[in-house]
Design a protein around this ligand. Structure first.
Ligand SMILES: [Zn+2]
Length: 69
């Protein structure tokens, strides 16, 4: 099986990302708090915590606004 070169940058703690669908609160920027098999992110607008699988996170991430690490 060929190894695809990753088109998306890796996930780093402290990353600020924008999602395809905004949060119900209206915000669409999130801060990555924890990485691993599950990704924990916090809405920058209302502070709500959300846990996503790595796959789901990469699917809904539209852009990295600020690099963490
Ligand atoms: Zn929110």
């Amino acid at each position: 099986m060929p190894v695809p070169s990753s088109p998306v940058p890796d996930i780093l703690i402290g990353d600020v990302v924008r999602t395809r669908k905004p949060h119900p609160c209206g915000g669409d920027e999130w801060t990555v708090l924890r990485t691993g098999a599950d990704i924990r992110i916090r809405c920058n607008t209302c502070g709500r915590l959300v846990m996503l699988s790595r796959e789901d996170f990469l699917r809904c991430r539209k852009a990295v606004v600020k690099r963490g690490g």
